[in-house]
Design a protein around this ligand. Structure first.
Ligand code: C2O
Ligand code: CU
Length: 460
């Protein structure tokens, strides 16, 4: 594919303002935020839970009376939530009902490389593939999406992404808001560029440094609002955009209590006024809506752009206070660690990691299973203007040791699988592979990933 900056690049620059141009569909009507369905298991015992996930084509009315062609899992756009308990074996029958190749990647799951659903484990059109693995990580909000080289970015853009909730007994005892759709909501944030006829035309929207759009969606809803009925409301924020970075705040300036990072609960709630999320990252926050002034409408916003309006009921149900202690995280072990260095460089079609671009048959790094790893990851793209590369590693959850030499802020000290590499910056992480296999690491700006900003590590 060639760069198409000339036609649509401009839209990317205008984010944060509402612009109405001829080629942009606009909507001022507020819609109630869609809630992804909880997928019904095909079989469930204490030891195992089995699901069927189907990638399919659909049609979705983002705008009233307008049908947009989309992709979805078991539905028209996005997908359901797969719930699994720690200790259970998760068995998933994946079905590709598309006309093109796809794969089913479980982002954030700790699992053997062969089950990970990366670009080496594609499922051809019309084919079916079953994977199963044991869940051995703490409660977390994870997600799944396609990962076939050459079609990842386009398929995600058209709607393929779903959620996986890992649950565990310890977190369920914690008295956190955890009633799905009542005081606990997934909030998948995406941006899209709708054409004048309300379609998602990936080729037309394409930008080599990351496809963005002027319309924000939450769970596939344009201009969404959420009816809040409880004093404490938990939002599981997921950056499901191809390339946009978010700086999320509440319009009344109130702080949110961050309770979890990508891979699970933080030791204590951390008060944050701003939640930064690069593509692929998650954060769970609890908002105390009793502090909203009566009649005040509070919105979750990205800069000046509305993400989600929170409409509070007159009488809010009180559901206790947030516990001061959420979990205990193990000390990061770096004894006898293997050290590796990665350098992310370039822009657009010229991106690379350690001066190499992804090649299917090339193993870029090797590691020993169960031996601690310490990685120093640099972003040298600052020389060319500077942009964040969201670094993501498959098959593990890591801990951040430092960002630009400094201890990470308290809300980034939990389990992570994706971290924003600041322009001209350096992030150090530590982790241990629990399983063997070949795993991907890459920039989660999906256009950079497609342009080859990805490598493979063989763990044996
Ligand atoms: Cu969310 Cu390699 O992917
Ligand atoms: Cu990048």
């Amino acid at each position: 594919p060639t760069t198409m900056m000339g036609t649509n690049g401009a839209h990317g620059m205008m984010m944060g303002r509402t612009t109405s141009t001829k080629s942009t569909a606009t909507s001022t009507t507020a819609h109630q935020m869609a809630l992804p369905p909880l997928l019904k298991p095909t079989r469930q015992t204490t030891q195992q839970v089995a699901y069927t996930v189907t990638a399919q084509r659909g049609k979705m009315a983002f705008y009233q009376g307008q049908k947009t062609n989309t992709l979805g899992y078991n539905g028209n756009y996005l997908g359901p939530v797969l719930q699994v308990n720690r200790g259970q074996t998760l068995k998933i029958k994946t079905q590709n009902h598309l006309t093109t190749t796809t794969s089913f990647h479980w982002h954030g799951l700790v699992l053997p490389g062969v089950d990970d659903g990366g670009p080496n484990q594609t499922v051809a059109a019309g084919q079916t593939k079953t994977v199963q693995f044991k869940i051995k990580q703490p409660a977390a909000t994870l997600w799944f999406h396609p990962h076939a080289m050459g079609s990842t970015a386009k398929q995600v853009y058209q709607g393929l992404a779903g959620l996986i909730y890992v649950r565990d007994a310890a977190s369920q005892k914690r008295h956190l808001p955890q009633t799905y759709g009542v005081n606990d909501f997934p909030v998948i944030i995406q941006d899209r560029q709708f054409t004048a006829d309300h379609q998602l035309d990936y080729e037309q929207a394409y930008q080599a440094d990351g496809t963005t759009g002027s319309t924000l969606l939450v769970n596939g809803t344009v201009n969404p609002y959420l009816n809040v009925t409880t004093k404490l409301v938990r939002l599981r924020l997921v950056n499901g955009s191809n390339a946009r970075n978010y700086r999320l705040t509440l319009s009344n300036g109130q702080a949110m209590q961050q309770i979890a990072t990508d891979g699970g609960l933080l030791p204590h709630p951390v008060a944050v006024k701003t939640v930064r999320l690069s593509p692929g990252e998650r954060a769970e926050v609890v908002i105390d809506t009793a502090r909203f002034k009566t009649g005040q409408s509070v919105t979750l916003q990205n800069g000046h752009q509305q993400v989600l309006a929170l409409r509070t009921a007159k009488h809010l149900k009180t559901d206790g206070r947030l516990p001061a202690t959420l979990t205990t995280l193990p000390k990061v072990s770096t004894a006898n660690a293997q050290h590796q260095s990665l350098t992310f460089s370039g822009m657009g079609h010229m991106v690379a990691i350690n001066h190499q671009t992804y090649q299917r048959n090339r193993i870029n790094l090797t590691a020993q299973v169960k031996r601690p790893q310490v990685w120093t990851i640099r972003n040298t793209s600052g020389m060319m203007g500077g942009m964040i590369h969201p670094f993501h590693l498959h098959g593990v959850q890591f801990r951040i040791l430092s960002i630009n030499g400094a201890t990470p802020p308290a809300n980034q000290r939990g389990w992570k699988d994706t971290v924003a590499l600041p322009p001209d910056g350096e992030v150090k992480i530590a982790f241990t592979f629990k399983d063997k296999g070949i795993y991907m690491y890459h920039c989660h700006n999906l256009e950079h990933e497609e342009n080859g900003m990805m490598g493979q590590i063989k763990v044996s």
